[in-house]
Design a binder for this molecule. Structure first.
Ligand code: TYD
Ligand code: MG
Length: 453
């Protein structure tokens, strides 16, 4: 193999230099240069296309559309986040904290698939014994799975060319290195370069490829998002390893919808699917407690009942604390400002903590009104009824705005025995009740606050 040239690229501005330096000469950012393999410069303007005839322009309707064939993985919750099954030639990145269950779900999926097609599982983290022990523990000890312990991407690809698997998994991409670079495995350039080689191989051979990526302390996949644009699908494990439930979310999917959730429970026999997760994130209190509100959120394509808890406490800090878990922090600051201006309730001398129970992340605006309701309930130390659900977006002008699929959310709440709902006007049914549940419609924040005294 020809010795390739190594150069350094600034992660902030993209400037290239031949030598490493602590500061980028172009944009002045510190510590942003990282090593990359420089592609050998093509000679002449079209040298890159040597030997190829010029590509043809095709009219869109003339492009033959072949439905991509999907292979069910055997885990319907995983199929759901993948957009209906595994697509040949697609690359899926599975990210998450260490110990959350990435290797477990991969092994469970591959073992199931191995009955139907050749599989290659490449582990750079665990020995063969460890993998086989885990497989036995999962009751999958005799799955016909090709197992390889290897960290060099060139050798990995050489084996894959011989084995011709239909599905291949690399666990984890941070342990993989390419011979073309001198930097340590796990560095941005190694991760990017090795992943690029694997992706190219998978696309060319039509192999469905899984890459496992650890999330760094800062919450990004190592190498600031370098992998996300290279792959077709990005699945993230949410929540923490201390919780029994594991939520997988699609944050990018070229073959399906994003924000789709798959819910699993970690048991001593691996990950078990939770096919009706709608109410698992509720902690049913025997007595009504202040600061707790049930919200109906809609993640992906199904509604879910989730409990929001708030704690408001007198602050002794110059800058009172605003802490959120499972929600966006800036959104809380905004909601508190709206509460002050349009509800007349000031929180500038109070610490405010908001938590979504169960480690699930709520990324939609339907949580606005419930969050304010929980904050107010805690502030006044006055519990809200336990059979009440709330959802709705709060606008900067103090208006309560509708959220998508209001009726579907209300049906879900009614199904779980809730008797009262406070919702945006446009989301409520005309007659003011639904399946025996009283639905109160609100237009302004003040109205909503009056309803939730
Ligand atoms: P793992 O898949 O190794 O995590 P990752 O690859 O994301 O780092 O998950 C390991 C955790 O799951 C570990 O803490 C033990 C637990 N676990 C179970 O509770 N039951 C099981 O059957 C298995 C295989 C693991
Ligand atoms: Mg692992």
């Amino acid at each position: 193999m020809a010795k390739s040239r190594v150069s350094y690229v600034c992660g902030a501005c993209g400037a290239e230099s031949s030598k490493w330096a602590g500061q980028c000469a172009d944009c002045g950012a510190w510590n942003t240069l990282s090593e990359v393999v420089a592609a050998s410069a093509p000679k002449g303007r079209f040298a890159g296309y040597a030997g190829e005839t010029a590509a043809q322009v095709v009219r869109l309707p003339e492009v033959e559309s072949s439905e991509e064939s999907r292979t069910p993985t055997g885990l319907p919750e995983l199929d759901r986040v993948l957009g209906g099954g595994l697509v040949g030639g697609s690359v899926t990145l599975i990210g998450g904290d260490p110990g959350i269950g990435k290797s477990t779900i991969l092994l469970q999926t591959l073992a199931r698939l191995s009955a139907r097609m050749p599989i290659l599982y490449v582990s750079g983290e665990e020995s063969r014994q460890q993998v086989s022990l885990r497989a036995r523990r999962l009751g999958l000890g005799d799955a016909d799975l090709g197992l390889l312990t290897e960290t060099c991407v060139e050798r990995m690809l050489a084996v894959a060319r011989q084995e011709r698997p239909k599905v291949m998994a690399v666990d984890s991409i941070q342990t993989v290195f390419t011979e073309q670079l001198q930097s340590a495995p796990g560095s941005v350039s190694q991760v990017r370069e090795s992943a690029a080689q694997l992706v190219q191989f998978a696309k060319r051979e039509g192999i469905a490829l899984f890459l496992v990526g650890h999330v760094t302390k800062e919450g990004t996949l190592a190498g600031p998002r370098v992998l996300e644009h290279m792959v077709d699908t990005v699945l993230y494990f949410e929540g923490d390893a201390g919780n029994r439930y594991r939520v997988i979310r699609a944050i990018k999917n070229r073959f399906g919808a994003v924000n789709e959730l798959g819910v699993f429970a970690m048991t001593e026999k691996g990950l078990k699917e939770v096919s009706n997760p709608s109410a698992i994130f509720l902690s049913r209190h025997a007595e009504p407690v202040a600061g707790s509100v049930i919200l109906v959120t809609r993640e992906g394509s199904r509604p879910m009942l989730v409990e929001v808890q708030a704690l408001v406490d007198e602050s002794h800090l110059a800058n009172p604390r605003r802490v959120t878990l499972g929600l966006e922090q800036n959104r809380l600051a905004m909601l508190l400002a709206v509460l002050h201006r349009h509800g007349g309730i000031a929180m500038y001398d109070q610490d405010v903590f908001v938590n979504v129970v169960g480690g699930v992340r709520v990324s939609e605006t339907g949580a606005d009104l419930p969050v304010l309701a929980a904050i107010l309930s805690s502030f006044r130390d006055r519990p809200l009824p336990t059979d009440l659900v709330v959802f709705g977006e709060v606008g900067l002008a103090g208006e309560i705005r509708p959220v998508p699929n209001g009726l579907e959310r209300l049906h879900e709440a009614a199904k779980h025995g809730f008797r009262r709902a406070v919702v945006p006007e446009a989301n409520a049914p005309k007659k003011g009740s639904l399946e025996g549940m009283e639905v109160v419609r609100v237009r302004r924040l003040r109205e909503a606050l009056e309803q939730m005294q």
